[in-house]
Ligand binder design. Structure first.
Ligand code: GLN
Length: 483
């Protein structure tokens, strides 16, 4: 059962081949047998999952089941889940039981999807390897000596190892796409504002966006149908109709204009990865697409821009963790200042502290214009490049990450080299554009992701473009040994 896609499971449930309780038990057994080795889950909610599965089966018996009813999922531990620990990968929230559901959690619950547990992640979603988690590193199912990517590395490992057919992720600078690439699965970061951020613990509010991590584009379309949509509780959510994303999946690609940005194929790209991407582009040509070279001249500014904007916003967002209202509180504080200082000093890990310090500095009175304001201007230039490119092409393609999964510990002492893992993904966040990563091949036995960036609210096209490729290739069907 676990090797089936979400779409196949949906059909199997509808045909009565198995029940939701059967499915949920099966995935819980796999989690018990294999989850520990990968360290991909922080919390397993077996009782809740089985209760929800029973409800889903009853709902089906009443003839009220939707396409997702009864299919189990895992949530990244950044999404608030009512009555369930929501740690955000941090000691700061190790004791935090969320008192409400995030909108995404609520919608998927209402669709009838039992929750198996909460996925491990980089602390407060800051990282590209899942090594900054308070709960320890996650391992990549393709090679357990390597990282799964981050920050949604737990979610990616869960899906790649077939411990659930679907997991939620969030992407601030690449955290859905990069781990999807490194684990050989399909990940979609929607347009900023497409999916509600309510109840999604904030890292950098102008960049954060939740999205699906699945095996196939078809599966992503099915869950995006439920995840997307306006939410009055999120002031940045966009009021715009949600199409049925499964409708246009089979549209032929004849005449599709693919833009290849020169800047995404230069220095720093692993030669093996470049070959895989070239082969994927050739496949698209065979499917009838036309390839056009485009320029994103300001792309090289994206990493430096991001590392001003994201820390600035995080320094402000994380000021709420002060040891007073919720989360970790130090032992026996001497006075209020000691309470603040020690609670934050002891509750946050080194990467989070680094970001808070950079952000606080960039926002300070004397430096605001030089850093934050300048970064906002650069953000405009980056968005403008895309606007011009999308006048010529329908989608932009390139590698998701410059390399395949690296060894655990390899970049831990070198933050800049870690930050460069997102060199191809960050620009889409700065511009607010949707982006996907789909499996496109292997280098040294490790998966490579093809990135597809689309115009605003063009998720349906991205899914169509990804689906047609998956219909004509089998990279997404490969299974890591032992899983
Ligand atoms: N790796 C990037 C960072 O560390 C992006 C993280 C993310 O998208 N949440 O900030």
């Amino acid at each position: 059962m676990h090797t089936k896609t979400l779409a196949e499971l949906s059909r199997g449930l509808a045909a009565g081949e198995y029940t939701s309780v059967d499915l949920t038990r099966h995935f819980l057994q796999r989690i018990e047998a294999l989850g520990g080795e990968l360290n991909c889950l922080i919390t397993v909610t077996a009782d809740q999952a089985l209760a929800q599965a029973r409800e889903a089966d009853e709902r089906r018996a009443r003839g009220e089941a939707g396409p997702l009813t009864g299919i189990p999922l895992v949530h990244k531990d950044i999404f608030c889940t009512d009555g369930v620990k929501t740690s955000c990968g941090s000691k700061m929230l190790d004791n935090f039981i969320a008192p409400y559901d995030a909108t995404v959690v609520r919608k998927l619950k209402e669709a009838g999807m039992p929750m198996l547990g909460k996925a491990n992640m980089d602390e407060f979603a800051m990282g590209s390897s899942n090594e900054t988690s308070f709960y320890g590193a996650v391992k990549n199912p393709w090679n357990t000596d390597t990282v799964p990517g981050g920050s949604s590395g737990g979610s990616a490992a869960v899906v790649a190892a077939h411990l659930a057919p679907f997991a939620t992720g969030t992407d601030t600078g690449g955290s859905i796409r990069q781990p999807a690439a490194l684990c050989g699965i399909t990940g979609l970061k929607p347009t900023y504002g497409r999916v509600s951020r309510y109840g999604m613990i904030a890292f950098a509010s102008s960049l954060d966006q939740g999205g699906p991590m699945t095996r196939t584009a078809e599966d992503a379309a099915m869950v995006l149908n439920v995840m997307a949509g306006f939410d009055e509780r999120d002031s940045t959510s966009v009021e715009r109709e949600v199409p049925d994303y499964t409708d246009g999946l089979d549209k032929p690609l004849r005449g599709l204009r693919i833009g290849l940005p020169r800047e995404y194929f230069g220095e720093g790209l692993n030669a093996g990865v470049a070959k895989v991407i070239e082969a994927a582009i050739d496949q698209y040509k065979q499917l009838g697409a036309e390839v056009i070279e485009v320029g994103l001249p300001n792309a090289e500014l994206s990493v430096p821009t991001y590392y001003v904007v994201a820390p600035a916003e995080c320094s402000s967002n994380l000021s709420r963790f002060d040891g007073v209202r919720f989360g970790y509180r130090c032992e026996e504080p001497k006075d209020l200042e000691d309470l603040y200082k020690r609670s934050r000093g002891e509750g946050f890990g080194p990467e989070v502290k680094r970001r808070i310090m950079i952000g606080t500095y960039a926002l300070s009175a004397g430096y605001y214009d030089a850093y934050y304001l300048k970064a906002q201007k650069m953000r405009h230039l980056i968005s403008d490049d895309f606007r011009q490119a999308f006048e010529q092409v329908d989608v932009i393609m390139g590698p998701t990450a410059p390399d395949v999964a690296f060894k655990l510990g390899e970049k831990s002492d070198d933050p800049v080299s870690m930050y460069l893992s997102d060199i191809y993904t960050i620009a889409a966040n700065l511009a607010g554009l949707p982006g996907m990563s789909i499996p496109a091949g292997f280098v040294d036995g490790l998966p490579v992701g093809l990135q597809i960036i689309g115009n605003y609210f063009d998720e349906a096209r991205l899914l169509n473009v990804a689906h047609k490729y998956q219909q004509s290739t089998n990279w997404h069907e490969q299974i890591p040994k032992g899983f």
